[in-house]
Design a protein around this ligand. Structure first.
Ligand code: ADP
Ligand code: ZN
Length: 526
């Protein structure tokens, strides 16, 4: 091992410039590189696009031996290795897509220390054969990419990641650098604990993406609103539209195409070749709108994505942040736009309830969904809310929808009481649609059938539109004052917390309903 000096830092900078062609390190890259070059363990929390790769690539070049990169993204290994080869770095990968001859060739290069970097899938790394290979390979470092995969709290849990603690046990003298873009405290703790990184230095970057404007609108007709948004602000721009289901992906892509927008679908149900083709076109051509499920995007590095739109509610703030984070990587202004409504809340809750997962997991998912709803319903700056979730304090940004046109909050206690008492009067046995009909005094067949026109609450909410009541109801669900019972026709139920509101002991501050407006054209600074 060598003693790092000023000159080793100079050397790192020299490699950055001469090999990668960048003039300077970004943010904490220089410190991270220096720390790992010296043989220290590191946990790097950096947003997507922040430049995590260089944090292990450069130390691997400086330290003696081969840098082993553990990555679950097999599909991207070829590209990563090709890109490195192009700048003259000796890189290779080991995964299940290779022939045996190819494997033998790479293994030999490793043993002889003739590689700078080798990317290995975790399940491959854990094989007896591979671990033995590592004992006779000169090792520069272990980089554990996408380290949040070790966390059950995270959304990409991979059981084989848990076994990676073996690396520390078997090769205690080899520095390890774990990297992730997911930084909430639970995930962080789990990474440290499971990978035995208690002594690792933590490098936590800012998660702020100042060039992204966050905007969450009330959903009326989602597709049409999306079209208005694209036409008003993003004609000819590259963007990504996320939808929950494959069917909706197809539908929305078709709808956009019919309306003159160059959209391509992407989801896991498509032929792999077609998926690759669409992805390649999105990366290469200008102005393509990728309409996709969340299967799309991990590891996609397209700098000029000008907007990311969500037509369905993401499951968590991590997911939302990661997906919206694919916009504006070049630093120029970009939009994160989402339309959300009552149906989204109901749908996500149902998916959690109906999943096969165990209770503990469902609780985690519910907590994450609640945090996401909190972001949607917040009366404060969206950015402050997002950063706070990642443990970072900040000032109102002046650039998100709630900063630019602050939502008007009002004392919604009376409105809430109207909703709650109506739910109570219909015996907590009816879904949102019927409850709203009763509130508004609409004489439907079902209302007559159940004689709900006789109720004291029939028509007490005639002053508000259906959309308005649904928006208020959604907030009560988000606030935990109303529950949706999926086992029973999505009927609405009162919660413990709602009693105090009904009794007038607790006030409820709600967000005033804003009718879906036509998107305003914002001039983009470039
Ligand atoms: P992450 O893994 O954090 O998502 P990457 O390592 O893929 O990010 O880097 C994202 C982009 O930023 C890449 O195109 C990379 O080449 C570029 N990049 C990283 N570090 C620098 C730097 N110091 N100067 C300029 N560009 C950089
Ligand atoms: Zn703001």
């Amino acid at each position: 091992t060598q003693e790092p000096t000023q000159s080793s830092q100079d050397y790192a900078l020299h490699l950055l410039q001469s090999i990668f062609g960048y003039p300077a390190f970004r943010a904490q890259q220089a410190q991270i590189v220096d720390h790992v070059v010296k043989g220290g363990d590191a946990l790097v929390l950096m947003p997507t696009g922040g430049g995590k790769s260089l944090c292990y690539q450069i130390p691997a070049l400086i330290r003696h031996g081969v840098g082993v990169v553990v990555s679950p993204l097999i599909a991207l290994m070829q590209d990563q290795v090709d890109a490195l080869a192009e700048v003259g770095v000796r890189a290779a990968f080991l995964n299940s897509t290779q022939t045996f001859e190819e494997t033998l060739r790479i293994e030999k290069l490793m043993r002889e220390g003739e590689l700078d970097l080798v990317y290995i899938a975790p399940e491959r790394l854990m094989t007896q054969r591979c671990l033995e290979l590592l004992t006779i390979t000169p090792l520069a470092l272990f980089a554990i990419d996408e380290a949040h995969c070790v966390s059950q709290w995270g959304h990409d849990f991979r059981p084989e990641y848990i076994k990676l603690s073996v690396l520390h046990e078997r090769f205690p003298e080899v520095p390890r650098i774990a990297l992730t873009a997911t930084a909430d405290q639970q995930t962080r703790d789990e990474i440290i604990h499971r990978l035995q990184l208690e002594d690792a230095y933590q490098f936590v970057s800012s998660f702020d993406r100042p060039n992204i404007r966050y905007q969450i609108v009330e959903k009326a007709n989602g597709k049409k609103q999306l079209l208005d948004f694209i036409q008003a602000q993003h004609s000819g721009d590259a963007g990504i539209v996320y939808c929950l289901s494959r069917k909706k992906v197809e539908e929305v892509a078709e709808f956009l195409n019919e309306n003159g927008i160059n959209a391509l679908p992407y989801h896991a149900g498509m032929e792999q070749s077609e998926r690759y083709r669409n992805q390649a076109r999105f990366l290469r051509e200008d102005g393509i709108v990728m309409t996709a499920t969340i299967a799309f995007g991990m590891g996609i590095d397209k700098p000029d994505v000008r907007f990311v739109a969500h037509l369905d509610l993401p499951k968590s703030i991590e997911g939302y942040y990661q997906e919206t984070g694919r916009a504006g990587r070049d630093g120029a202004t970009a939009n994160a736009w989402m339309a959300y409504g009552l149906q989204d809340v109901v749908q996500q809750r149902r998916m959690i309830d109906e999943s096969e997962a165990n209770e503990a997991y469902k609780r985690i998912q519910s907590a994450k969904l609640e945090a996401m709803l909190g972001l949607c319903e917040t009366l404060n700056c969206r950015r402050v809310h997002i950063l706070d979730y990642f443990g970072q304090t900040s000032q109102a940004c002046g650039n998100c929808d709630t900063c630019l046109s602050p939502p008007i909050s009002f004392d919604g206690t009376v409105a809430a009481q109207k909703i709650l008492s109506t739910i109570y009067r219909v015996d907590q046995r009816f879904a949102a649609g019927h409850v709203v009909d009763v509130l508004r005094g609409i004489d439907t067949d079902r209302v007559k059938q159940w004689r709900h026109d006789q109720l004291s609450t029939f028509g007490i909410g005639s002053e508000k539109s259906e959309a308005e009541w649904r928006a208020l109801l959604r907030q009560l669900i988000a606030l935990g004052l109303v529950e949706v019972d999926y086992e029973n026709y999505s009927s609405l139920k009162l919660t413990e917390a709602s009693r105090a509101v009904l009794r007038g002991e607790t006030k409820v501050q709600l967000r005033q309903y804003k009718k879906a407006e036509k998107a305003v054209k914002h001039k983009r600074q470039s």
